[in-house]
Write a protein that binds this ligand. Structure first.
Ligand code: GLP
Length: 260
């Protein structure tokens, strides 16, 4: 795992977007796992700017959703597919039909989960999976206690997550209680995991994920087992890391040929 502590959230977004730009530059049809929440928004802005300025053509990417709410109407603005359309897809000229997502409107939701797993495999897997982290250490919507080998499935949200995400809704009661999320095992199948976080509220979750014991109690800790995981945080989110000094030293001395 490579841990990069950068001075600002802006620089986190800049570096994260550069990883995706590089992946798409070498493969215009790259499969990009797209996350939601507020953290990736700045990265998406950078990607849109890069696309608009002709630095890279992002309109050929194959976007795969990380997770999605259940029980919202198809036109609800907080349905993650709508969030992604507004904040990324429209800006990089990718039509909504290109977004690969679990079918949260299927009558058989268990089958929808299985079909999403199958789709990821059929399409050759995900090249770069962007991830945020919840304050309780969840990635995607894999709440504490999630099996480290879990696959795409229905989850019940933790009360902390419902509270955290209430800011996007008119009231706490409006936040869906259930979701479909890629499992931790599904996420681990991606070829490159890119976890980003900023702000002091994420410091404990980042420390637990990066340096804590490998445990279902902190789902983000599963990244410790991934052969290519990059964690990019700002000073606030990196503040509780015990090995900060080493991570900075390694970044400052990183051979240029190595890349991310
Ligand atoms: C939601 C998403 C996660 C995201 C988390 C953190 O629960 N399902 O993918 O990482 O929120 O959100 P934020 O980036 O807004 O802190």
């Amino acid at each position: 795992m490579e841990v990069l502590i950068l001075p600002t959230a802006e620089e986190v977004a800049e570096l994260a977007s550069s990883v995706i730009v590089e992946a798409v530059s070498s493969n215009p049809r790259a499969a990009i796992g797209v996350a939601t929440g507020s953290t990736p928004l700045a990265t998406y802005k950078k990607l849109i700017a890069a696309h608009r300025q002709g630095e890279v053509q992002l309109d050929g990417i194959r976007p795969f959703m990380l997770d999605e709410y259940l029980d919202l109407s198809p036109d609800h603005p907080e349905l993650y597919r709508n969030v992604l359309k507004r904040n990324l897809l429209d800006g990089v000229d990718v039509v909504s039909a290109e977004l690969r997502c679990p079918d949260v409107f299927a009558t058989d939701l268990l089958d929808a989960c299985r079909r999403y797993e199958q789709l990821i495999v059929e399409q050759g897997g995900i090249d770069v999976q962007l991830l945020g982290i919840g304050s309780d250490g969840h990635v995607g919507f894999n709440e504490p206690g999630s099996s480290l080998g879990s696959r795409t499935r229905i989850k019940t949200l933790h009360t902390d997550t419902i509270r955290d995400n209430a800011r996007f809704f008119d009231s706490l009661d409006e936040v869906p209680r259930h979701v479909i999320t890629q499992g931790l095992g599904t996420i681990m199948d991606a070829r490159h995991l890119l976890l980003i976080a900023h702000g002091a509220t994420k410091a404990d979750a980042i420390a637990a994920a990066v340096e804590g014991p490998l445990s279902a109690s902190c789902p983000g800790s599963v990244l410790q087992l991934h052969p290519h995981a990059t964690v990019i945080v700002d000073e606030g989110a990196g503040a509780a890391l015990a090995q900060q000094e080493y991570y900075r030293h390694a970044w400052a001395n990183k051979p240029e040929w190595q890349g991310l």
